[in-house]
Design a binder for this molecule. Structure first.
Ligand code: SF4
Length: 375
């Protein structure tokens, strides 16, 4: 009976919140497989079987914020802080260039200062010169002003990831300090600013947070649709011992359930938003050693080998048990090892822009042109 209902919902043109809540509640293997198969079918039909690479540089673990779930929050005094030298950033970028990744992500804690803005601008320019403008660069450096986002866009960053973490304002408040630095509306406004400038915009969530319901997760999926997002980076919530949210660890779903819920979110996201880019995030591997590979098999199309020099790596832990299984020098073995990846093609030399982004921009331009004609 439930199988017929699942198939009926999956074959609809789109799904309501009620439908999504229903689909998110399955832990039975056969029923889950129906949903995974639909996601796989859609992925192949709309975006093909290429897995794009994004070389990840964790540039700095210095952060001015104090998010309750994060291991590198400002108030965690157990962390050794670092910022990678320019020379090391350029070495990593050169590695990505020489190994044909075609794309880089520069990620850091949130620092708001003129010096930081200028530093990122300068690194962007140097990377483009060094790599002959051949790398697409994504930034993930938190909430910044419209002016800063524009400066970085002009310096050659055309993709930006800013995770909203939860689209439920009240849950957002529960996992952040109650002050102006951690304001849901400001974060949302930053996402709209990125879109206004012309970035390919990415956001995402944690799945399995204390007090989070399946209704919240269904709303998260609908939020992505409504925002018309181009890229998503989402993963299971994995607790960190040196954070305030660790005190709620007994309220969490088991690791297995959090993992399965996350895979289901990946599948439903692909079914709802057929042509976006979805990264297979590292946190999946913290709960299951094959996590990233399973997500790639079911729904995602972006893999992020870590290019952070090993000497810094151990100090960029947003959660406990962060896996080190995919440092860039192990990429070839990783691809060899995981049979699931063999049905897919690794997109060496391909920047792999979000197809959704191009369609969105095209639609915007044709609408403006049409409106001009009519006025
Ligand atoms: S989640 Fe991001 S903004 Fe929040 S403390 Fe961690 S690095 Fe800083």
């Amino acid at each position: 009976m439930s199988k017929n209902k699942i198939i009926k919902i999956l074959n609809q043109a789109s799904r309501t919140k009620e439908d999504l809540v229903y689909l998110l509640s399955f832990y039975d293997k056969d029923e889950r497989q129906l949903i995974y198969d639909k996601s796989k079918e859609i992925r192949r039909k709309y975006i093909g079987n290429t897995i794009y690479l994004r070389g990840l540089i964790e540039y700095s673990n210095i952060c001015a914020k104090d998010c309750f779930y994060c291991g590198i929050r400002a108030n965690n005094k157990e962390v050794t802080r670092f910022t990678i030298s320019d020379a090391d950033v350029l070495k990593s970028a050169e590695y990505a260039y020489k190994h044909n990744y075609a794309s880089l992500v520069l990620q850091s804690g949130e620092i708001i200062s003129k010096a930081f803005t200028k530093k990122i601008t300068s690194l962007l320019k140097q990377i483009h010169i060094l790599t002959k403008n051949s790398l697409a660069i994504t930034l993930s450096c938190g909430e910044q002003s419209l002016k800063t986002y524009k400066e970085w866009y002009d310096a050659g960053a055309h993709r930006y990831l800013l995770r909203i973490e939860s689209s439920n304002k009240s849950l957002y408040k529960q996992i952040h300090p109650n002050n102006s630095k951690h304001n849901f509306d400001k974060r949302l406004a930053a996402l709209y600013n990125l879109k206004k400038i012309g970035y390919q915009v990415g956001t995402g969530f944690m799945i399995g947070l204390p007090k989070q319901t399946v209704e919240d997760l269904a709303d998260d999926l609908l939020f992505l649709k409504e925002f018309n997002i181009d890229m998503v980076g989402m993963g299971p919530y994995v607790e960190h011992i040196d954070t305030p949210l660790y005190a709620s660890r007994n309220e969490l779903l088991s690791q297995e359930k959090r993992y399965l819920l996350t895979l289901m979110m990946y599948a439903l996201l692909r079914i709802e938003m057929k042509d976006i880019n979805v990264a297979s995030t590292t946190a999946l591997d913290a709960l299951n050693p094959n996590g990233r590979v399973e997500a790639l098999d079911i729904a995602s199309n972006v893999l992020m080998p870590n290019l952070t020099p090993l000497k810094y790596n151990e100090n960029y832990h947003l959660y406990n048990n962060k896996p080190d299984s995919l440092h860039a020098d192990k990429l070839v073995q990783y691809i060899e090892k995981h049979k699931h990846l063999h049905g897919n093609k690794i997109g060496f030399g391909e920047q792999g822009s979000s197809q959704h982004f191009y369609k969105r921009i095209h639609l915007k331009r044709t609408t403006i042109a049409k409106n001009k004609k009519e006025s």
